[in-house]
Each structure stands twice: as C-alpha cells, then as structure tokens.
Design a protein around this ligand. Structure first.
Ligand code: SF4
Ligand code: SF4
Length: 334
C-alpha cells in the first residue's frame, strides 16, 4: 500500500479524497466508493499499489487510439478497482471488487519492473487501462515519471471522472488519453454507471486544453444512449471542442449484469454518419466488421491515409504528420 498523493484531512478521523469527482469523505478504517482507498489512522492509502491484475502487450489500436503512434505496441496494465459501477462492464471481474480485496489480488510489480517490461517487449508506450487509472493513480504516476525518462509514452484509458488536481499532477508525464463518454445525460451516468455526466464533459474540455493527445469513445447501448438526438448532441459537444478530435463509436455486447441485445451494426454506421455530418473530421466505428469505417481518410483530399483491419495497419500514407498526397496536416502523433 502507498499513501495517497491527493487527499485532504478534514479532522483527526475524516479525510476527503481528491482523486476523482466523487470526492469521497472517508472516516477512519473506511474505504472510498472504489473500495481500494482506505483511511488508516487519518491518512489515506492506495491499497492496490503495484497489485497488477492484468498485463498485456496490445496494439495501440486496441485502446483505441488511432492518431497516436499507429502500428505501435503498448504495454497495458491494470490494478484492481474502479470508481464507476457500469452494469455492462466487460472487465467487471477486476473492476468491481469488494472492500479489502485489492490487497490480495494480482502480482506485485514496482514502477521500475513495469517500465523495464515495456522496454523489453518493444513497447513505445505504457497504457494504464482495463479498470480505471484514477484509482491506481499513485502507481501510474510513479511509473510514468520513469517511463518518460526512458522515452516511453504514457497513456490513460479512462472514464474521465478524475479531478482537475489529478489531471494537473499527471499532465507533465501523460502523453495521450482515450476518454469514455458513455452517454449524454446525467440520468444515464447516475443510473447505469453510478457517476455523473458533468465532470466527464469538463474533463474532456480540460484535457484537450492541455498538451495531451485525446480521443473519445462512446459505447452505443440499444435503447439507453443510441437515439439520433443523443448521438448528435455528443457529436456537437465534441465538435465545439475541436473538429479534429477523433471519436470512436463502438458496438456493445451483453456483459456482466446486462442482458440488452448487442448493438445493431446499422446503428453504428448511422451514428458514424451523424458524427461526420455534424462536422467531425475523424469518426470511427469500433467492435464491428466493416470495410472502411476504421480507416483514416484525409479530410482535405479524401484519399485513404491509414487502412486498418482489426488491430493491424495494412497501409499508412501519413508522413511526418502530413497526407502524402496533398500535404494536408493530419492531427495526432504519427
Ligand atoms: S478515487 Fe474516487 S471513488 Fe476512490 S476514494 Fe477517491 S474519490 Fe472516492
Ligand atoms: S468505468 Fe470502465 S472499468 Fe469502470 S465499471 Fe465502467 S466500464 Fe468497467
């Protein structure tokens, strides 16, 4: 366990955690909503520090990040726990854990071990992913400092519910993030994720204002967040931040406590069309088989820039961040 980097003492026995927008008030011996932060004698501790519960060498396209080092590998790790309670969570075995469980889960790695493995496996980045990096912030932070020293990039795959203090602290070391925007109503966030919409919207704006590359992902769940109105509202929100912001619209499949049927491919294609009609330059379909909806096209000359199949890159016509054909600048890190 490790003393938390972001908390305030309210009095001798009460603490306020400043890592995520729940801002849990935790009394002595109590845990926060994520079940991995505990008040021990007036100090807040991360109980999952170094407890690696998942590790993989993933193509960066799997995160998904399409405009950040395409074709590279990302050493992807998670510690147990999450600050959300999504009833459709595909990683629920490692995200939805009880109080006191994190301490006995996973294998212990220290930050040096993680960076050494990333380098050994030829990964250009480390992704803090699968659960929620905010709830293993201290490990991600310590690791990202060492990774940066060694020229390895740091990526958060996040639900975007962290506090501004957390973003400010990790900003010097964080290179990219994919933020989930799970829906566009507070009702959706409260009912289906145990969270709130507004902090996520604020954080997408805030992250974009920083020197951090961001892409956004929305999982379309039939009947819950897939109406044309809601999809259009999300697209407009993203467009107002930047028309260059890549948006991934992914098909959902039943998981965990959800028995809602899988998203119809047609719905995903319609949503991608809405995103493009609203004016976003880069809108991608995820989790479906399609001919070209995962490909990147030059918004200027319309030519194919990156051809993807699954998580593989079949063709890349971006040279030093410009389209090989018309020399238009393409946003991202290529
Ligand atoms: S990380 Fe979030 S959920 Fe966990 S204790 Fe802190 S404020 Fe609460
Ligand atoms: S935020 Fe992600 S990891 Fe956490 S419960 Fe939701 S889907 Fe699962």
């Amino acid at each position: 366990m490790k003393e938390s980097y972001l908390y305030k003492r309210i009095n001798q026995s009460k603490i306020s955690c400043c890592l995520c927008s729940h801002r849990c008030i935790i009394t002595n011996d109590g845990y926060g909503k994520c079940n991995v932060r505990k008040n021990i004698d007036g100090k807040l501790f991360s109980m999952n520090y170094g407890h690696i519960i998942a590790e993989n060498i993933d193509p960066i396209e799997k995160k998904p990040l399409f405009h950040f080092l395409p074709g590279s590998l990302s050493y992807s790790i998670a510690c147990p726990g999450c600050n959300f309670k999504c009833f459709f969570c595909q990683n629920h075995q490692i995200s939805q854990i009880g109080k006191g469980e994190a301490e006995n889960l996973g294998l212990y790695y220290n930050p040096e071990d993680i960076v050494e493995k990333a380098a050994r496996y030829g990964c250009q980045s480390i992704s803090y992913t699968y659960t929620e990096p905010t709830v293993f912030f201290e490990l991600a932070f310590d690791t990202s400092i060492i990774a940066k020293e060694q020229g390895i990039k740091n990526i958060f795959i996040t639900n975007g519910f962290m506090t501004k203090e957390a973003i400010d602290k990790i900003e010097p070391y964080l290179d990219a993030a994919n933020v989930d925007l799970k829906g566009f109503t507070d009702d959706f966030y409260r009912k289906y994720a145990g969270a709130r919409l507004e902090p996520v919207l604020e954080n997408i704006r805030y992250l974009k204002s920083k020197d951090i590359w961001i892409e956004v992902t929305t999982l379309l769940i039939p009947g819950l967040n897939d109406s044309s109105e809601e999809v259009k509202a999300i697209a407009k929100f993203l467009k107002d931040i930047s028309i260059e912001l890549p948006w991934h619209i992914s098909a959902y499949y039943p998981q965990y406590k959800s028995s809602i049927q899988a998203t119809d491919t047609k719905k995903i294609m319609e949503a991608v069309g809405i995103g493009k009609d609203v004016g976003l330059k880069y809108v991608y379909a995820g989790n479906i088989l399609s001919n070209d909806m995962e490909d990147t096209f030059c918004p200027d000359c319309g030519k194919l820039l990156i051809k993807r199949r699954g998580y593989s890159i079949l063709e890349n016509n971006i040279d030093n961040n410009v389209c090989k054909f018309c020399k238009n600048k393409i946003s991202g890190f290529f």
